[in-house]
Design a protein around this ligand. Structure first.
Ligand code: GLC
Length: 521
């Protein structure tokens, strides 16, 4: 593993629509992020990952890209991105963007041209159009379902006014899947990557990086499963097909022209050997390993997640990555049981994550201990809600805007009380301003932890050695000397010898309480 800027970096995921609204339209934007860079610098972040800001009808909050080489006016246009990149670089913060190569928006000129063209045309060959099955082609070409619910195929009306072919969309019908067997698709991605890299972007988080290649013949699914983000899907024909690795090699060859830029894949693949393929020396630099995020608050589960993540990276000499939250999953305090216990566990898990070797990803609001928000039906915006016929509420609960200051919603997020998702009044105690003023707050805890991780040499080690610990506990030592202890059990635990650097909660009689972690040197 060679040292690169990302090999021990702390990436901060900014969900732009929910971070800070600078123009009062109720939706966060890029000038909003720029306005809060000092906050991010004080938190100690090395890099920002921006969820998609390219031109988009926003059917899936920007994961439906209509022009990959421009920034949507909703986020302030391309000049706002330039302002953000310049200001971030002055603070030595890198800026990485989301890249969506698996699909485009249905509003993309390519898809519009495909709709206007006839079956078999070059225009249709950029996507995955097929004739239907059954009499007159009334049934979809295969039994695949969309991740967001409903079928993964939508039928189009041909120029003669009759129902015609079907096109594939693993997500929303407004996100048609591209045909990666068509060389034009990579040629266009190459243009997009060079466009942003030349403009000073420091890398990309590659959306659905296990999804671009489709299996020959598009065979039926044996097990019908819509939701895959948190499920084991190693047998799912829609994802992780071998052809995807040649695509990553092509992408990597391009990145090699920009040796300071990082490619990070969203890889929902769990088998260690299968996962490791994505981060071979000639593929992605980093891949999100979601095992820690999926682990229950249970010592055996957590240790297993850490061991497997390390093992997968080790197989190919890659940098391990760690993440507990993002815009697609429930926030940790909620996942770990809610209330004060959920929050205590979230802090403890953050401390475990920040001790591990490799790159870490923190999702905006994680540093404030924000929980999920129970939103009323009419507030829901995620396409999952509609596509699932109101059976799945979707991901809005973890996308609510950041509370910055003040005593009432929208807590300084916007001048406009009508924010794209409502902030709950009970977040009055969780605002950034209140937490900065409180040395015991979750934010103060994160700041201290990140500072220690960055400044102390004891955090630099790459090897993890497991130490004995009582049942329900977990303890490991980095080769550089840091000891991390977690109490996921029910009884207070004695701490090992050493100087206590930080604990995620108060000690009781010198012992580590349940739901608490500590660092010692
Ligand atoms: C990824 C994104 C998710 C998006 C989907 C489709 O899983 O993280 O938010 O809906 O891809 O682009």
């Amino acid at each position: 593993m060679t040292a690169t800027w990302w090999s021990h970096a702390l990436f901060y995921q900014t969900y732009p629509r929910s971070f800070m609204d600078s123009n009062g339209d109720g939706v966060g934007d890029l000038d909003g992020v720029t306005a809060k860079l000092d906050y991010l610098a004080a938190l100690g972040v090395d890099a920002i990952w921006l969820n998609p800001v390219m031109v988009s009808p926003m059917a899936d909050n920007g994961y439906d890209v209509a022009d990959p080489r421009d920034v949507d006016p909703l986020f302030g246009g391309i000049e706002a991105l330039d302002r953000l990149t310049d200001a971030a670089h002055r603070l030595r913060i890198k800026v990485t963007m989301d890249l969506v190569p698996n699909h485009t928006s249905s509003a993309h000129p390519w898809f519009q041209a495909a709709l206007a063209a006839s079956p078999g045309s070059d225009q249709r060959e950029r996507y995955i159009f097929r004739d239907g099955t059954g009499p007159g082609g009334i049934h979809p070409p295969n039994n695949w379902v969309s991740i967001f619910g409903g079928p993964a195929w939508t039928r189009v009306v041909e120029a003669d006014g009759n129902p015609g072919q079907w096109y594939l969309h693993l997500f929303d019908a407004e996100q048609p899947d591209l045909n990666w067997d068509n060389p034009e698709v990579f040629e266009d991605l190459e243009k997009t990557l060079r466009f942003w890299l030349e403009r000073g972007i420091d890398g990309f988080r590659i959306d659905v990086a296990h999804g671009m290649a489709k299996p020959p013949g598009l065979p039926d699914m044996e097990v019908i499963r819509a939701e895959v983000l948190l499920a084991d899907m190693d047998d799912d024909p829609r994802f992780n097909n071998d052809g995807v690795h040649e695509i990553h090699r092509q992408i990597r060859r391009l990145f090699d022209d920009y040796p300071d830029a990082v490619a990070i894949g969203e890889v929902w693949v769990y088998d260690n050997e299968q996962f490791s393929r994505y981060v071979r020396p000639d593929e992605l630099h980093l891949g999100f390993n979601f095992r820690l995020l999926r682990a229950d608050f249970d010592a055996t589960d957590i240790r297993g997640a850490i061991e497997n993540s390390l093992a997968a990276a080790e197989m190919v000499g890659a940098t391990p990555t760690w993440t507990l939250a993002n815009h697609d999953v429930d926030r940790e305090p909620t996942r770990y049981g809610g209330g004060p216990v959920g929050l205590a566990r979230a802090r403890a898990m953050a401390q475990v994550m920040l001790a591990l070797p490799g790159a870490v990803f923190v999702y905006n609001g994680e540093e404030l201990g924000l929980p999920n928000v129970d939103l009323p039906d009419e507030a829901l915006r995620d396409p999952v809600w509609e596509r699932s016929g109101h059976t799945r509420r979707g991901r809005d609960a973890s996308r609510v805007p950041i509370p910055w200051e003040g005593d009432a919603p929208p807590f300084g997020f916007s001048d406009n009380p009508d924010t794209w998702l409502p902030l709950p009044p009970e977040w009055a105690t969780l605002t950034v301003d209140k937490q900065i003023a409180d040395s015991e707050s979750t934010l103060s805890f994160f700041r201290r932890a990140i500072e220690l991780r960055r400044d102390r040499p004891e955090f630099d080690g790459l090897a993890v050695e497991w130490l004995d610990s009582p049942a329900g506990g977990l303890a490991f030592r980095l080769s550089s000397g840091l000891v991390c202890v977690l109490n996921a059990g029910r009884r207070a635990m004695a701490l090992p010898d050493g100087e206590l650097l930080l604990a995620s909660g108060a000690l009781v009689d010198g012992k580590l309480s349940p739901n608490t972690a500590a660092w010692l040197v």
